[in-house]
Design a binder for this molecule. Sequence first.
Ligand code: ADP
Ligand code: MG
Length: 332
Amino acid sequence: MSESKILVDVRNLKKHFSKGKDIWGRDTEVNKAVDGVSFQIRQGETFGLVGESGSGKSTVGRCLLRLYDYTDGEVLFDGQPLSKLDEKQLKPFRRRIQSIFQDPYSSLNPSLNVLELIGEPMKIHGIHQGEERKEAVAALLERVGLKREHLYRFPHEFSGGQRQRISIARALSVRPEFVVCDEPISALDVSVQAQVVNMLEDLQSEFGLTYLFIAHDLSMVRHISDRIGVMYSGHLVEVAESDELYEHPGHPYTKALLSSILEPDPHAISERIVLKNEGAGDRFNADGCQFRSRCRYATEQCAIEAPELREVSPNHYIACHFAESILSESDK
Ligand code: ADP
Ligand code: MG
């Protein structure tokens, strides 16, 4: 893994949304949805991005897809700075970078049949013609566990899991290199979630894909991700290899997220960490740590000084002043 090239390089990415303007058109309030996020994804790797709803995960994904202009920072794809490219220059990247979203029903046009839905990106990017395109779509359909006879059916005729399979086939129809998977299983029945994750993993090795895999909790991401980044209020608060993150969480927020998915084990006296001020996070503080009002470790230092993401142990990055002591606590 470490020898493969860096495909996606996110450098101090910021995306702020205006929440209101004064009569001169100046922003009166901004929502710092993403406020200085940096990470890299190597070719063939799956980078998991987790965090509660509203933490900025989808905004990061949309920036990588260049669906948004950035407020600041840069995203390099295969060395090319995406913000510098105009729509014409972006076209090849719009093929190389594809997406799968949470709700396939709203992302699939209900008036198109499966052949049209999966064939459409091929048409846009000039891949295959006529009968050849139809054969390619049928082959893809079979590859994602559907059948050739589904070619002329419409989205409403399928289950949620099948619709997600159609979305996956559509994303893969143009032979992308990188796929932003934004909560692709969150809307599916638990029984179907593992099937879709396994299929994404098989497709990854078959097509040499690189994934950004977004999820709002930590229950399914460990399995699919090589590394995981934890987001809180527009910031990355922890980045580590999956097993390391689960076994040695070093940020109080990661610990809280993990404790919420612990299986009840009658033999272990495991402590379920309840976050203070649930849902009332004081987002968009000017100074200090964004998490401090909900953190049981917080001291005065946290109100004054925002902790930087720093390498606390090899390849394990944590943005907390107390990361070392929290890590040694989790080793006990
Ligand atoms: P997540 O995917 O982690 O749930 P999002 O990236 O969707 O979080 O949202 C992060 C923050 O940005 C939220 O406060 C959300 O309301 C805001 N936001 C997201 N998209 C927009 C938009 N298009 N316009 C204005 N605010 C937005
Ligand atoms: Mg989202």
